[in-house]
Design a protein around this ligand. Structure first.
Ligand code: SAH
Ligand code: SF4
Length: 351
């Protein structure tokens, strides 16, 4: 099946012209599919019936994702949806709303998309990593995750304000599809989300970080560091391999130089493993004067034997960084009771 959500504007123009139609028909497809979210080509009433029929006859579709399960947190702010993609494989996507943080009068509504089913990186504290790698997700299916929530939000007179690539999988290990999705979601003739409202989180594939810096995009980058030295990092991220902590920090610096976007270092805090004051001091020493930002993520429970540190230790860790002049925040955790928080997404056990 060929999905119209895969096509960039120039590709859509090429398609309509191949079907014997004027170029402007491309926008008559793009505008409704990215603003009205029809579920079927036959619902795009702006198009002549003959063109709709032709597209259908050629095997084109839209909106291939089907919702199979939805769980909403008690406070109503986090929604986790299990979507069946075109190949029938399920994927988890999460919406996190922040009712007190308004953007143009609407609550901040962040979609957390998955770029792979499973993940080959094997981080020991991450449920997705423990599933292993199953497959890459296509650009149109990354877009479909956003469109699905955009439709749901539109029904409430709200809209998608932010997008994070922090769901299942390693976005930079599925680079081409991930970047195509970013282009589709930010192009003004498509979804038109501001580049600055997008963040890509990576475990740190250096060559791809450099490639991303060269894309001439204004998207934010978050590098999952988790440790201030290689010995500890390799325990937590068994596939860290040749990527040393110092190399990651240099890659972050290069990204900042090229794009002007400050890089965030994510740090999953695990009790008794990487949360001691000594480790905090080592991290502070590594990052001070660097202008970088650290986002501490007290770990969410998964099947592993890892525990979230006591609140006291988290605050102490933060204090040590802040005292050294390192910009630092503790992630406000949402959705962990419905297994929708960072690192809890998996599709091998359907909740
Ligand atoms: N693969 C990418 C993006 C997906 S993971 C990456 O690793 O960056 C998104 C974030 O969730 C990462 O910072 C990751 O370290 C964090 N994470 C993974 N497992 C977690 C857990 N059990 N608790 C809290 N955060 C976790
Ligand atoms: Fe993959 Fe990110 Fe989970 Fe590591 S933390 S296993 S890179 S999804």
């Amino acid at each position: 099946m060929k999905d119209l959500y895969r096509l960039l504007p120039e590709e859509m123009e090429k398609l309509v012209m191949e079907l014997g139609q004027p170029r402007y028909r491309a926008d008559q497809i793009l505008y409704p599919i990215y603003n009205k979210f029809p579920k079927d080509i036959s619902e795009i009433l702006q198009l002549p019936t003959s063109l709709r029929d032709k597209l259908i006859a050629e095997g084109y579709t839209i909106g291939s994702a089907k919702e199979v399960n939805r769980i909403v947190s008690e406070d109503g702010d986090t929604t986790k949806i299990l979507l069946n993609l075109v190949d029938g494989n399920p994927i988890e996507t999460v919406l996190i709303q922040y009712p007190t943080s308004k953007i143009n009068g609407h609550p901040r509504s962040t979609i957390c998309v998955s770029t792979q089913d499973g993940c080959a990186m094997g981080c020991i504290f991450c449920a997705t990593g423990q599933m292993g790698f199953k497959r890459n997700i296509k650009a149109e299916d990354i877009v479909a995750q956003v469109i699905h929530f955009a439709r749901l939000l539109q029904e409430r007179d709200q809209h998608v304000t932010n997008l994070v690539f922090m769901g299942m999988g390693e976005p930079l290990a599925n680079y081409d599809e991930m970047i195509r999705a970013v282009r589709l979601l930010t192009d003004n003739r498509c979804f038109g989300l501001g580049q600055r409202h997008i963040t890509i989180s990576t475990i740190g594939i250096i060559k791809e970080i450099d490639r991303l810096a060269d894309e001439n995009l204004q998207i934010g980058l978050a590098i999952s560091l988790h440790a201030p030295n290689d010995k500890l990092r390799r325990k937590l991220v068994p596939t860290a391999g040749p990527h040393s902590v110092n190399d990651l920090i240099s890659a972050g610096r290069r990204y900042y130089k090229k794009t002007g976007r400050r890089v965030t270092f994510e740090y999953a805090l695990i009790e008794g493993i990487n949360d001691s004051p000594e480790v905090a001091a080592e991290l502070a020493y590594l990052l001070e004067g660097n202008g970088s930002h650290v986002n501490l993520i007290p770990i969410n429970p998964t099947d592993g034997n890892f525990k979230r540190p006591a609140r006291r230790s988290v605050l102490e860790f933060e204090r040590i960084l802040v005292n050294a002049g390192v910009n630092c925040t503790v992630r406000v955790e949402k959705g962990s009771e419905i297994s929708a928080a960072c690192g809890q997404l998996r599709t091998d056990i359907v909740s």
